[in-house]
Design a protein around this ligand. Structure first.
Ligand SMILES: NC(=O)c1ccc[n+]([C@@H]2O[C@H](COP(=O)([O-])OP(=O)(O)OC[C@H]3O[C@@H](n4cnc5c(N)ncnc54)[C@H](O)[C@@H]3O)[C@@H](O)[C@H]2O)c1
Length: 449
């Protein structure tokens, strides 16, 4: 069993550390965020990630998982995983400051023959940069391996333990062998390539998934114009094994901590190196247009006027099963509605209110769906949390000023919503009007009672 270190205890780092500990290794996890570290040391996951906490607790209990907020004088790890954040800079390029800091911090603390493995998503050529940095600190014998991560938030532990493939990029076959040995128990195919190719596999994968979503959203718009149903179109397409069913759900578009910055960074890299990234730019444009189209639908459902309309947005996380609101389409949508004068509240079953406030200080955060629905003119499903599927529409309707639902993810049971007297608008398929829309006056009467 190996002695490992993981730098950065975020969505990727905490999961990597917990899973490698579970596989029997000894792991030291270092993060500069002292609050995050203090929680992890108590076995509390600072992020909502199913299955993570039990692994953390078990790892700490065995004494094989240690978490710290400072770098020790000497690190005895044989292999160090860099899993720090690489956000987009203003210009769209990946901001590598955290990677540089992490590499600087570990390079002169490691023993001869150690390996730096980069798990962060980094621009093509970063492996060379890291090797150069290590050399400059006098650690010429430190090998560099690129090992891009493909886990999904919400199923990160499962994805780490059951990868579709493991990609290892290196010019040092012995170093790649040592990293490969860590993954062998997982039984996945290990693809060995050079460092630049490994780095590109990650960007190309994310860009392709974002492209699939933008593609189906464009098809959804065409379906709307021509009277076809995009959900059935996607189903029919997805059964073709050459296409596959995943990432073909029309809706509000993609967001989160990875796709937006990675597609932008790839387009930036392409442009800086003389290629015209026409497709990637269209993929991004379709995605931002999708938010605007959704606003237009909400406006149309509310008599073409959003001024002072009370709207409850259901879901703040960028997708279900995570508490991550970085570049969340739900929050972007809520902000766009506010710009049109709407009075917007947002409810999320998992994301803490203070985090939403930090991201969008003017948004009201509802404590419950009922609380947010009171007096609302419309409910907008933005994040497909399973609990929204089982909402009691008849009861919610009695609280609302008007029974209007906009399902921006085609997620709800349309028949149940309409049955309860709501108008129902969705994406890329016919919207449903209830024959008995409850009028605003009904709410006013009840309020007066
Ligand atoms: N989140 C995902 O689903 C996902 C999936 C695949 C790949 N990735 C990539 O993995 C990387 C990490 O993503 P994340 O979502 O885990 O980020 P994150 O923001 O959740 O976590 C990064 C952590 O690194 C810490 N950090 C920053 N600089 C540091 C330093 N010098 N030393 C020690 N710790 C430091 C931060 O305090 C933070 O806790 C990114 O490059 C991302 O693109 C993310």
């Amino acid at each position: 069993m190996a002695k490992l270190a993981v730098i950065g205890c975020g969505y990727v780092g905490a999961v990597t550390a917990a899973c490698f500990t579970d596989l029997g290794h000894t792991v030291e996890c270092i993060d500069i965020d002292a609050t995050r570290v203090a929680m992890l040391q108590r076995g509390i996951a600072p992020i909502h990630e199913p299955g993570l906490e039990p692994l953390l607790r078990a790892g700490i209990a065995t004494g094989r998982l240690a978490i710290r907020s400072t770098y020790p004088e000497r690190m005895d790890a044989e292999i160090v995983f860099i899993a720090v954040n690489t956000p987009a800079s203003q210009e769209g390029a990946a901001d590598l400051r955290a990677v540089r800091d992490a590499v600087t911090s570990v390079a002169n603390r490691l023993a001869t023959g150690s390996i730096i493995v980069n798990k962060s998503t980094v621009p093509i050529g970063t492996g060379d940069l890291v090797a150069g940095m290590a050399r400059r600190t006098g650690m010429a014998d430190i090998a560099v391996v690129s090992n891009p991560e493909f886990l999904r938030e919400g199923s990160a532990v499962h994805d780490f333990m059951h990868p579709d493939r493991v990609v290892l990029g290196s010019t040092d076959p012995a170093a790649a062998d040592r990293v490969a040995a860590l993954y062998e128990p997982l039984g996945a195919f290990i693809q060995r390539v050079d460092i630049r190719t490994a780095e590109m596999i990650k960007y190309a994968s994310n860009a392709f998934l974002a492209t699939k979503i933008s593609f189906i959203n464009e098809i959804a718009s065409i379906c709307e114009s021509l009277g076809a149903d995009v959900t059935e179109v996607a189903r029919g397409m997805g059964m073709d094994v050459r296409i596959g069913a995943q990432f073909l759900q029309a809706g509000l578009g993609w967001g989160g901590s990875c796709f937006p910055k990675d597609v932008r960074a790839l387009a930036h890299m392409a442009a800086v190196h003389g290629t015209h990234p026409q497709l990637l730019r269209s993929v991004m444009e379709i995605n931002s247009d999708q938010r605007l189209r959704t606003v237009q639908k909400i406006r149309a459902a509310l008599d073409n006027d959003l001024e002072r309309r009370r709207i409850l947005v259901l879901g703040a996380a960028f997708k279900n099963d995570t508490d991550d609101i970085r570049n969340s389409p739900s929050i972007e949508l809520a902000k766009l509605l506010q710009l049109e004068g709407a009075d917007v509240a947002i409810y999320d079953p998992v994301v803490p209110a203070e985090r939403i406030h930090r991201e969008a200080p003017t948004l009201r955060v509802a404590e419950t769906v009922a609380h947010g629905a009171f007096g609302a003119h419309a409910l907008v499903l933005a994040t497909p949390w399973p609990e929204f599927k089982t909402l009691r529409w008849d009861e919610l309707g009695t609280l609302m000023a008007r029974r209007t639902v906009i399902d921006s993810r085609n997620y709800l049971d349309a028949a149940a919503v309409v049955e309860a007297g709501f108008s129902y608008t969705c994406i890329g398929r016919p919207s449903l009007e209830t024959p008995a829309t409850v009028l605003e006056s009904e709410f006013a009467m009840r309020r007066a009672e």
